[in-house]
Write a protein that binds this ligand. Structure first.
Ligand code: RAM
Length: 354
């Protein structure tokens, strides 16, 4: 078995059910009290226990973040429970800074030792996150970065590789030619914008492929569906849609699959295998990519605890062990890399349940 497949497959059996368990809507999510906790954080062995760690995804109710964060899936809160920390997931319901910032502020007010944040918008979040860092709080970004206001970024996969591989996947499916569109998350999302930057670079290698528009579904199923419908209406010659968001790719696949353009407009991007199975089987989607979201959350939680325990600093070359995932080393730019994206297609998708 290839290394990348082994790493994607390294998930607990319970992950199979995780993607259907939606996080509660509202301004706070789930909480996992530690087995033994002390509010100040006591040092036992190498890592402190009883740390208050808040996991703050872009939004609650997005199945991708439910998987990256929950105990059930083996995500961030599972790691925190194992380590004896007090872990909670909190955010707003929309993937916007206006919805996310109050949750960050509340976490800081509750005396957070560490924040694990997927940034909705780096410039909007930075004043709040920098104030937390000033107070001595560890700020780890995961999934979506805010480089000017975090201690460390846990990146799911090389940003360049995600961007370029999305384009080359679609190019091979549409024979390097035709109109294509991007259906992104929010216009301010740092991860999607960074990937789109590399997509545009890569598209220069394909002069016959024309990017006609980039639209935003805001990681909201209703909005994403509406913009996907708009793409089909406005571009009768469209050949492909790249949607680098799990919410967007599902909406695009549903819209194309239900239309007369199924099989003529090919959909790719970043999706969860469970949500894409139907569309891979009906030919709407030939291949798409993702990493293991639960492993991403788990790794980010371990990194946050190692930093908050002063076991490591954020300097390049510092190493720590992330439980079942093994050893990781901080790379350039105060970043830890989970692994390469994995390509799912008809021949392998049945092996995955998340
Ligand atoms: C959505 C979110 C998240 C992104 C995934 C691929 O769920 O926008 O940030 O990493 O898609």
């Amino acid at each position: 078995m290839k290394g990348s497949l082994r790493r994607v497959l390294l998930v607990p059996a319970v992950l199979a059910t995780a993607s259907v368990v939606l996080a509660a809507c509202g301004s706070s999510g789930t909480s996992t009290p530690a087995a033994s906790s002390s509010s100040s954080g006591s040092s036992s062995g190498a890592l402190k226990t009883g740390l208050k760690v808040f996991v703050i995804p872009k939004n609650l109710g997005n199945p991708y973040f439910t998987t990256s964060d929950s105990v059930k899936s083996g995500g961030a809160l599972a790691a925190l429970q194992t380590l004896g920390e007090t872990g909670s997931e909190t955010s707003g319901t929309a993937a916007t800074p206006a919805s996310q910032i109050p949750a960050i502020q509340a976490a800081i007010a509750k005396g957070a030792n560490a924040l694990v944040v997927s940034a909705t918008d780096p410039s909007a979040l930075c004043p709040t996150l920098n104030a937390a860092i000033k107070k001595g709080t560890t700020v780890v970004t995961y999934d979506s970065d805010a480089p000017a206001c975090r201690t460390l970024f846990v990146n799911q996969a090389s940003t360049a590789q995600i961007g370029t591989s999305e384009v080359s996947l679609l190019a091979s499916e549409i024979h390097d030619s035709g109109q294509i569109a991007i259906l992104s998350a929010t216009a301010s999302a740092p991860n999607q914008n960074a990937w789109i930057g590399f997509m545009k670079q890569e598209l220069k290698k394909y002069p016959k492929m024309k990017l006609v528009t980039t639209v935003y579904g805001n990681d909201d199923p209703t909005t994403a569906t509406q913009v996907a419908q708009g793409l089909l209406q406005h571009y009768p010659n469209l050949k492909g849609i790249i949607s680098p968001t799990t919410v967007g790719i599902l909406a695009a696949a549903q819209v194309v699959s239900a239309s007369s353009r199924r099989g003529k407009v090919l959909v790719t991007g970043l999706g969860t295998p469970d949500s894409m199975k139907k569309y891979v089987s009906d030919g709407t989607v030939k291949a798409f990519e993702l990493w293991n979201p639960a492993n991403l959350g788990y790794l980010a939680a371990y990194a946050a605890v190692a930093l908050a325990s002063k076991k490591i600093t954020n300097a390049a070359g510092q190493s720590f062990t992330a439980g079942k995932l093994g050893k990781f080393t901080v790379g350039p730019g105060h970043t830890v890399l989970l692994g390469p994206p994995f390509v799912f297609n008809k021949s392998n998708i049945s092996q995955f349940n998340f």
